[in-house]
Design a protein around this ligand. Sequence first.
Ligand SMILES: [Zn+2]
Length: 449
Amino acid sequence: MTLLPRHLAEAFSDQLARLVAIPSVGAEGRGQAETAEAVGEQLRGLGLDVELHPTAGAPVVFAERRVPGAPTVLFYNHYDVQPADPLELWDSDPFTLTERDGNLYGRGASDDKGQLVSRTIALRWLEERHGELPFGVVFAVEGEEEIGSPNMTAYVREQRERLAADVGFWEFGGVDAGDRPTLVCGLKGILSVDLTLRTAAHDLHSAYGPVIQNAAYRMGAAVASLRDENGRVLIDGFYDRVRPVSDAERRHIEAAPFEDDQVKAHVGVERFLGGATGSEYQRRLQLEPTLNVNGIHAGYGGPGMKTVLPASAMAKLDFRLVPDQDPHEVFTLLRAHLDRHGFGDVRAELGEEPEWPARVDPGDPFLRHAAAALEEVYGSPTVIVVSSGGSGPLHPFVETLGVPMAMLGISYPGGRVHSPNEHVRWRDVHRGTYATVRTLERWAGIGVV
Ligand SMILES: [Zn+2]
């Protein structure tokens, strides 16, 4: 394993400690300006020109150093973190970077302050190996990723010229449960919808049951009409725009390693939805759009008995979408479905700003460099993940800017991101940072290829 030189490992933990110490919790709107300043200072330390770009929410840290006539690499990261609660489940203070057993603990140690610092250390390392770099560098570090990046699509569109680049690195990446390096090529879109319904002016005595409609039943029926037992969405037209899977994508899905029993034991289920196993599990996870119920509420759920007939009900839904589905069109199809099935009284409202799905072709030359670099650094074949099951603001980078974004980095599935005791393992910091270095060397033709 190629280790970071000692002074760069020290710089990694110093820089990360500085960022972790500022509790930039997006959901609480805390510490954003201060963290943006600290990130800007670290990027200035790399010799980049830094600007803080205001948005309707938290500022974006923009940094660049162009090399005339040469291609440019773009880094997308975020400086906000998830809340640290529940605090009592942390073994050390979440906002003090703490080293234990070869790991670095702290909120944001992995997601995403650790990943961000890893990229800056990779650039320093490259300069130490080669002197002045033969390519330009651009960073866009936002402060609202953990609350769904509500301003990122508009920001990228407005700044499309400043952000112009040839290749890019996404904010996350790492190894899978089998310690194999992964290269993720896409993210699903997300559409959140709130359903509400009222059947009477107020909750009633349940003696009215024979004559008054119950809102809980009605919401249950409306939600049940949207999906079948195997997870297939029953909204007309929902699948019409789903892009056919290419042969290459199918091959990667089939080659993706998958330990059925291990996953079943881990999540505590005996079978997967629709009886999926092996590559069918992978195909569904990576390529299927879904409809999920986040929560459904009506009536009384407390102790004892309350003979009430609820007059209102609500359900929160999220759709995970795949290319080329359009979240606004899906919302219209949902409305039409409810009306057609006699649920005209169920109100549907858009939740958070939707995100469009996006995917980069795994055969893109930059992704091939990344896959080869990962294989070389980790000493095992790269697992190509056609799409993550999760979402993020990938679409404006891939579609508006036309930049192939590579998703690789320093995390591992046990890193407790978003949970107490979030951490990175030093071994992943070494390997993941070196993989960024080797990807750029291969792409720029400056290392031994
Ligand atoms: Zn996160």
